[in-house]
Write a protein that binds this ligand. Sequence first.
Ligand code: NAP
Length: 273
Amino acid sequence: MIIKRFETVHLLLINRGARRSRRPLFLMEQEMSRLSGRVALVTGASRGIGRAIAERLARDGASVAVNYVKNQDKAEALVAAITKAGGKAIAIQADVTRHEDVKRLFDETERRLDRPSIIVANAGALFVRPFAEMTDADFDTGFAVNVRGTFLTFIEAARRVPEGGRVIGFSTNLTLRGRPELGLYQAGKAAIEQFVKTMAKELGPRRITVNAVAPGPTDTEMLLPKAREEPPRVTPLGRIGQPEEIADVVAFLASDDARWVTGQVIGANGGIV
Ligand SMILES: NC(=O)c1ccc[n+]([C@@H]2O[C@H](COP(=O)([O-])OP(=O)(O)OC[C@H]3O[C@@H](n4cnc5c(N)ncnc54)[C@H](OP(=O)(O)O)[C@@H]3O)[C@@H](O)[C@H]2O)c1
């Protein structure tokens, strides 16, 4: 009886979600069960790609910790949207460049949801300056969120993620080729690619996979205006990417389907090679 009632509510929620997202019902059902019972922690999820990842993992059935540093309103609006669609999410403020904050982020996620088994180190910041104009201080600023933030998130993930978990970092297609003024950004993302390769080997014995997603130009606040004009020429698919298209790749890496994929940098860039 109780199970029947649960199923009815479950189907109603799926139905409502399917109408809103115009996704076929059978797809919604499949997605909702993929990660049910799991907890995902997504850094930098208040907007852009992180937001799309949090929404997608919640739709796949995971409970999601939505991390932000400044934009509390946006993080809380996302939590409300996920909850309204029948998912479970909480917002947690933490600056990923501070180790104490990152520890608290993991602690609070575990206390309020459960131990996270899917960690997405998505928080990032663009740094644009030509070498001739850089100062000593730019070294620390340019590497702060991308390298130090991912480094600290990975340290805590390596210590806490349970057997069979998933750790996902963020690179960029820009590591494939040098671009003027983006030296520190590209070098930071190249460091993340190396973290992933090493961590995959260290955590493999615990069946934890560690990968990076390397998006191409994607429609978020981070994208430079000139990059919006270039893609019709530089991507074979003739457009920039949408955050949801990056989230779909993360959802695959987070799922059981990706159990044999580790130590990889997966390009999601419309064909920039
Ligand atoms: N967009 C692209 O074209 C593109 C291409 C390749 C790679 N990427 C990578 O994809 C990832 C997401 O990029 P995006 O375009 O979605 O960026 P975005 O729209 O600029 O969003 C950045 C997110 O990171 C958070 N954040 C920034 N500093 C933080 C800190 N110290 N601690 C915690 N959170 C912090 C922000 O939180 P608040 O809202 O609170 O500030 C926000 O949620 C990044 O790693 C980026 O480098 C993006």
